[in-house]
Design a protein around this ligand. Sequence first.
Ligand SMILES: [Zn+2]
Ligand SMILES: [Zn+2]
Ligand SMILES: [Zn+2]
Length: 311
Amino acid sequence: MFFGLLLLLGSPYFAAAEPAAEVVVLGNVQDAGLPQLGCERRCCVREDGAPQSRRFTASIAVVLPASGRSFLFDATPDVREQIALLSRRPSYQRPNARRPVDGVFLTHAHMGHYTGLMHFGFEAMATRDLPVYCSERFASYLRENGPWSQLVSMSNIVPTAMMPGEPLSLSDEVLRVTSFLVPHRDEYSDTVGYRIEAGGESLIFLPDIDRWTEDIDVRRLVEENDHVLVDATFYSNDELPGRDLAAIPHPRIVDTMACLADLPAERRARLRFTHLNHSNPALQPGSESRRAIEAAGFRVAETGDVIRLGR
Ligand SMILES: [Zn+2]
Ligand SMILES: [Zn+2]
Ligand SMILES: [Zn+2]
């Protein structure tokens, strides 16, 4: 019996308990983070005048436990602490002294999603040939505009264009990543979301979108994927008194929940909200809006959450 247990522990069957990939949530706040500069309301400042506990801008990392390879999705202004958080995962292995991860995927050129690249430059970590995957337009923007062009000319980063809809295989095909275009303010780059596949399961990372469309339909994302992390900047139009929120894009949490209300509970549980504005009451565990989200069978992605793909 004891011998049998030893055999089981050494068998490939037991080793298969390790997931193909671990997705680590590294932040869940809109670009400006929390506390947000200039906000004097209770969301960002405590009653005694001290700042509220810091929360990081939306980002995830994917770690492949079998190889120790890791990939960051969006390089936020909080990237220093986020890599430190990632490095505490037992499955994470730093690739080498000049690389904190094996590659970085970027969604778009708004401040919360790419300016963390500055920490890969000469004045900071000075990474060596770090692949930065993004759209063709975004890759050109990085190559042609300072300060980012200096990271390219010094070989800190290698902008690597991905075509939307064309899957990229990584790490001996353990991981497959496909970008897809989404509607958003596109001043310096276009905007993409990512479909991440490993071990026969898939996860959507879509932190910023102006509205759900026929092509990018949250219902279909939830039907067709095992885990879905989506833009939840605002809870509802009541959130910022005095502002015409109807004129500010982003699908409201209440509307996204209404789109999915009649799905079976097992499907609803696939959805996690991320990229919450500092003013979004759902950021606070125990708030009325957080309780409404959870009662409806959805979740808010929390920093430190780990989602396993391919169990
Ligand atoms: Zn954003
Ligand atoms: Zn605030
Ligand atoms: Zn944006």
